[in-house]
Design a protein. Structure first.
Length: 342
């Protein structure tokens, strides 16, 4: 019997990056079942192109572009950087004056983008327009019931986002060890596991629980090509799994963020005001902070989304190095470690 080998990411020595066919690689026409989720002020053309060029699916964050015209330009820029498929994220948020969603969809259609990642509210209203234009839709959900709804309204796939995830985990607090097998038991359409994904171990575990791939947010920020300030990447590498906090729970808009002085202040306000808390009370800590953090590198400027997976991130590779490493580690685990138990 082969001797036991610890499966650290530094312990892999395969020369070729293996291909892996799943329902997700087939659906989106990509080489590896790895998606980069939309991320505000991170998902620019540089990020999406780097992930797609590495064989995954890169995603431009639609609403980071302030107007549909700017999104059209960003899509055109991404086309210059990659000939591979990439997608656009459309996040549907409750807003007094909603963004010009028809305009954004027009930019997507005219830009020839064939994949949209929807998130936030139910995308039902926009499905006919997306489907008429031959766009494949992957909806990000934090519960089995929302995943089933997505399937019912005609989404092609879902991204099942567990409690670990960076950003908005919803209000159910179900971690992926439970959520993924539950989703597998109920869904017919393919899904990717999202939240807490970092390496080949994450990919193999997700496949074992019924997913057809993984979606990563936080891990992709700590890459060479991520178009964010170096301070953000350093903060991710320095943080441990104990360093995220949940904010805005009293507003039923829970967000997982990296702790900093602004987050501590925000949590103090939540504690002091209890159920009386209003969005206005915390506006300073949450509104308009992304450019300050991501572009200027002012790490105390406010609350920014970040997953518990920071505890597993210790370096800043290129997207290709990261994706190749995940695929090689996954193959190594499947063909060596797991075979041994049979
Ligand atoms: C900085 C940051 C910004 C994000 N912004 C968005 C967004 O605008 N829209 C969206 O649908 N998801 C957003 N997300 C969520 C990611 O797409 C993804 O679902 C999540 O990061 C997965 O969890 P992980 O960070 O543990 O990989 C964001 C995540 C991060 C870390």
């Amino acid at each position: 019997m082969a001797s036991f080998r610890p499966h650290s990411i530094h312990d892999i020595n395969l020369t070729e990056t293996p291909d892996m066919k799943t329902r997700i690689t087939e659906l989106f026409g990509i080489q590896h079942p790895i998606i980069q989720g939309g991320m505000h002020y991170v998902g620019f053309a540089e990020m999406a192109a780097a992930v797609s060029n590495a064989g995954g699916l890169g995603i431009i964050t639609g609403l980071t572009q302030r107007t549909p015209e700017l999104l059209a330009k960003e899509i055109a820029r991404c086309r210059q950087m990659t000939s591979k498929p990439f997608g656009v994220n459309l996040t549907f948020l409750p807003a007094l004056t909603p963004p010009d969603y028809p305009g954004y969809i027009k930019a997507i259609v005219e830009g020839g983008v064939k994949i949209v990642e929807t998130a936030g509210n139910n995308p039902q209203k926009w499905m006919p327009l997306l489907k008429e234009n031959g766009i494949k839709v992957i909806h990000k959900c934090t519960s089995v019931r929302h995943s089933l709804k997505a399937e019912q309204i005609g989404c092609d796939a879902v991204s099942v986002d567990g409690f670990e995830c960076g950003g908005h985990p919803g209000e159910d607090d179900i971690p992926n060890m439970i959520l993924l097998p539950r989703a597998a038991d109920e869904l017919k359409i393919p899904f990717v596991a999202s939240g807490g994904m970092a390496d080949g171990r994450s990919l193999v575990a997700s496949l074992a629980m019924g997913a057809d791939g993984i979606n990563m947010g936080t891990r992709f920020i700590a890459t060479k090509e991520a178009p964010v300030h170096e301070n953000v990447k350093k903060a991710i590498v320095a943080a441990s799994e104990l360093d995220t906090r949940l904010v805005m729970r009293p507003l039923r808009n829970t967000e997982r963020v990296l702790k900093n002085a602004a987050v501590e202040r925000l949590l103090e306000k939540e504690k002091a005001l209890g159920p009386k808390l209003q969005f206005q009370d915390i506006i300073e800590e949450v509104a308009g902070v992304y450019p300050k953090i991501m572009t200027d590198g002012d790490m105390e400027a406010g609350a920014w989304s970040c997953g518990m997976v920071v505890g597993l991130i210790n370096d800043i590779p290129t997207c290709k190095e990261l994706i190749d490493r995940i695929m090689k580690q996954a193959e190594d685990i499947i063909s060596n470690r797991l075979q041994r138990f049979l």
